[in-house]
Ligand binder design. Structure first.
Ligand code: FO1
Length: 346
């Protein structure tokens, strides 16, 4: 090959930066959408290079049990135990416990499967014994053969409360606990705001803050979870937002809104009710100065200009994680995108 061709070839071949062995990545995740990308990331990065921080503000006490839905969704998704139809709970589940709860006319609006029950009972028992959510989650992950660190955002109680507006058939609720909104009322109430009870006095978990302070941290990936009720509780913890802004690590978010809708859950409905345009640009604006890069689906390529004109680099790609290969491919593209943003001497 003559000189010119070699030079031309060199120019076109974009220099793909590889994650150096000592560099680390932290994912911030919430419900189902987040867990899908988290799974893809675990297929691409070894445990020593990827940890996952999970929203714990969906937690609640129910039938005397401490339930941690987003943590459990990740425990199941990352150990191939998840119920792919429901998006939550376990596959091959049975519901004898719930049948008995129904027979006894007690609260059966929140479905607890017989297999799923074990996590809630053991978590409640261990919390009573003085263990914290981080330690309990670590031991569950180990028992399920999960090698990557699953880190609750906080070991202190933080509870997402939904502020609902009043409509003709719905009296004005000041605040409704998240699971009542999401499950009992099937996300029907009109949302006018959010409150993360306890977040001001909570602290981010030790492992979470240690990762944010780690000079080896190269990127923070905000997974495509609901910005309001899955990611904002994490960002609302004291010192988290400032740590992210000051960290040299590149902060990348993936839009959970594709083609004017959320893949799963109430994000789009909430945006409509909050008079926020239901598009990726509005999600990027929601995260604001925190971001170094933003990933949108090719369906929304028309929004690329609007976002990049604010100075925010945009990656347009296929973000519909329909199977494990796409999850893995998307994970790799996001990592490459994050590394492409680091200046050459990083
Ligand atoms: N979601 C539902 O829509 N209905 C349920 O009955 C339900 C039960 C449930 C039990 C355990 C668990 O870990 C999650 C469960 N979820 C249920 C999902 C849960 O409400 C959501 O995953 C999160 O809180 C939102 O991300």
């Amino acid at each position: 090959m003559n000189k010119i061709n070699t030079r031309a070839k060199a120019k076109t071949k974009t220099k793909m930066k590889k994650l150096r062995p000592n560099q680390k990545i932290l994912a911030l995740s919430g419900g189902v959408g987040g867990a899908k990308l988290a799974l893809g990331l675990t297929q691409v990065l070894p445990p020593e290079q990827l940890s996952i921080v999970i929203n714990s503000a969906d937690d609640f006490e129910h039938l005397g049990l401490h339930i941690s839905p987003d943590i459990d969704t990740h425990l199941y998704a990352l150990s191939n135990r998840d119920n792919q139809q429901l998006g939550w709970g376990r596959r091959d589940e049975t519901w004898s416990f719930m049948d008995s709860i129904g027979e006894l006319n007690d609260e059966d609006w929140f479905q607890l499967g017989d297999r799923d029950l074990a996590l809630h009972i053991l978590r409640t028992q261990r919390l009573k014994q003085g263990q914290n959510l981080s330690g309990i989650t670590h031991s569950f992950a180990e028992s399920f053969g999960i090698k990557h660190a699953l880190i609750p955002m906080s070991d202190d109680p933080v509870r997402t409360m939904i502020k609902t507006g009043s409509t003709e058939d719905q009296p004005k609720h000041e605040y409704m606990p998240f699971q009542r909104y999401f499950v009992q009322h099937q996300c029907q109430p009109v949302v006018t705001g959010f409150h993360f009870e306890g977040v001001e006095t909570a602290t981010a978990s030790k492992q979470f803050m240690a990762h944010l302070a780690d000079p080896a941290l190269a990127a923070v990936i905000i997974c495509p979870s609901n910005p309001y009720v899955s990611i904002d509780p994490i960002l609302a913890l004291p010192d988290v937002r400032i740590a992210l802004i000051e960290s040299p690590a590149k902060v990348i978010a993936i839009s959970p809104i594709v083609g004017g809708a959320a893949i799963k859950g109430p994000a789009a409905k909430m945006m409509k009710e909050l008079n926020v345009p239901v598009n990726p640009a509005a999600v990027a604006a929601h995260y604001g100065e925190l971001l170094d890069g933003f990933v949108i689906d090719q369906l929304d390529s028309t929004h690329e200009k609007q976002i990049s004109s604010t100075g925010l680099p945009v990656l347009v790609t296929d973000t519909m994680m329909i199977d494990i290969d796409i999850k893995q491919l998307l994970a790799q593209k996001i990592i490459d995108f994050a590394l492409s943003l680091t200046s050459s001497n990083d």
